[in-house]
Design a protein around this ligand. Structure first.
Ligand code: FMN
Length: 330
C-alpha cells in the first residue's frame, strides 16, 4: 500500500501532518509528534503584531506612530500572553529541527505587507523546511473593499516569497467573496501550497456580564465538509499543493479529503483530545480502509471527487442546493 504524497515539493511517507498548535511548543512535544508518526510538523504561529511590537520595542515609539496605531496597540496582548516571543521562536525552531528528522514548518501569522516579513527570512535561516503564512483577517471596515483586502493578501504572499527560497503555504479563511479567484491569484503569486481553512475566533456573549467571551471549541468531523467542498472546487485548478486543516479526526476523514484533492491533511483538535498517538491510529485506520476497498495508493484516489471535470460547476452547485432544500418534506 502506497500512502506517500508530495506536499510543497517534498515527498512525505503519508499525508498526516501535525498542524500549528501548542503540541509542538517544546522539544518533548515535537519528539512525541515524530514518535506518533507525523509526516511533518507545523509549529504554532508567530504573529505580525508580536514582531512589529518587538521592532518598535519602546511603548513611546508606538505612540509616535499616530493615534490609531496607539489605539490598536492598546488591544495587543502583552508579550507574556504569547507562548514564544520572536527570539524564542527562532531558537525553538532551530532546536526542533535538530531534534527530529521529519520536516518542520514555521508559521507566520499576519495579513498586510510590512517589516514583520523580515521574520520569514530569519525562520528560513533557522532551518524551517517550509513556511505556513496564516492570513487571518476579519474585514470589519465597511470602507475597505474585497478587492483591496485581496490585493493586500496577494502582496503579502509576494513579499514573503521574495524573502525566502523555501516553499510557502498560505493558510486561508473561507470568508472571501470570490474564493476560487483569490486562490488562483495566490497560486499565480507563487504560493506553493494552500491550506484550507483557518477556524475563526467566534466570541459568544455573556448577557449577564454584558461581555464578549472568548471560547475555543475543538473541532469534530462535521467541520470537514466545508473543506471538502472547496477542496473539490479547487482541485485541478491550481498548481499549488492543497492541505486540509479543520475536522480531520479519522481515517475516513483522510480518505474523503484525499478524494476531494488534498495532498496532506493536518490534525490538531483530534491530537489535543486524544493525544499525539491518535495520529498513528488514524494512519492504521486509513491503511485498513484502503486495503478493504482495494485501493493501492493515495495517488489513485486523489481528486477523483473533484469538480474539475464538471462542465458548469456554478449550475451544478445551484442544482444540488435546490435538490437538498426541495428534498425535505414536513
Ligand atoms: C489551541 C490551538 C492553538 C492554535 N494555534 C494556531 C497557530 O498558532 N497558528 C495557526 O495557524 N493555527 C493555529 N491553530 C489552528 C489549527 O492549526 C487548525 O487549523 C485548526 O484547529 C483546525 O484544525 P482541527 O480541526 O484539526 O483542530 C490552533 C488551534 C488550536 C486548537
Amino acid at each position: 500500500m502506497n500512502l506517500s504524497t508530495e506536499y510543497l515539493g517534498v515527498v512525505l511517507p503519508h499525508p498526516l501532518v501535525a498542524g500549528a498548535s501548542p503540541l509542538s511548543d517544546d522539544l518533548d512535544g515535537v519528539k512525541r509528534l515524530e514518535d506518533a508518526g507525523a509526516a511533518a510538523i507545523v509549529l504554532r504561529s508567530l504573529f505580525e503584531e508580536q514582531i512589529t511590537r518587538e521592532q518598535m520595542s519602546e511603548f513611546e515609539n508606538l505612540e509616535r506612530h499616530g493615534e490609531s496605531f496607539a489605539e490598536a496597540a492598546s488591544y495587543f496582548p502583552t508579550p507574556d500572553a504569547f507562548a514564544l516571543g520572536p527570539f524564542e521562536y527562532l531558537n525553538h525552531l532551530r532546536r526542533a529541527k535538530e531534534a527530529v528528522r521529519i520536516p518542520v514548518m514555521a508559521s507566520l501569522n499576519g495579513a498586510t505587507p510590512g517589516g514583520w516579513i523580515e521574520y520569514a527570512r530569519l525562520m528560513a535561516q533557522a532551518g524551517a523546511d517550509a513556511l505556513e503564512l496564516n492570513l487571518y483577517r476579519i474585514a470589519t471596515d465597511p470602507e475597505t473593499t474585497s478587492a483591496e483586502i485581496e490585493r493586500q493578501a496577494v502582496e503579502t504572499v509576494q513579499a514573503v516569497k521574495n524573502a525566502v527560497t523555501i516553499p510557502v503555504a498560505v493558510k486561508l479563511s473561507p470568508f472571501y467573496t470570490a474564493f476560487a479567484h483569490l486562490a488562483r491569484e495566490l497560486d499565480q503569486a507563487g504560493a506553493d501550497g494552500l491550506v484550507l481553512f483557518n477556524r475563526f475566533y467566534q466570541p459568544d456573549i455573556d448577557p449577564e456580564e454584558l461581555a464578549a467571551t472568548r471560547t475555543l471549541h475543538l473541532s469534530d468531523s462535521s467541520e470537514l465538509r466545508l473543506r471538502l467542498h472547496w477542496m473539490a472546487i479547487l482541485s485541478g485548478r491550481v498548481r499549488a499543493s492543497l492541505a486540509v486543516t479543520g475536522g480531520v479526526h479519522t481515517g475516513i476523514d483522510v480518505v474523503k479529503a484525499t478524494m476531494a484533492g488534498a495532498h496532506v491533511t493536518q490534525m490538531v483538535s483530534a491530537l489535543l483530545l486524544h493525544g499525539p498517538m491518535h495520529l498513528r491510529a488514524v494512519l492504521d485506520d486509513l491503511a485498513a480502509w484502503m486495503q478493504k476497498h482495494e485501493w493501492h495508493s493515495l495517488a489513485e484516489m486523489r481528486g477523483n471527487m473533484s469538480l474539475f471535470k464538471v462542465p458548469d460547476p456554478d449550475a451544478y452547485e445551484r442544482a444540488n442546493y435546490m435538490l437538498m432544500l426541495q428534498g425535505w418534506r414536513a
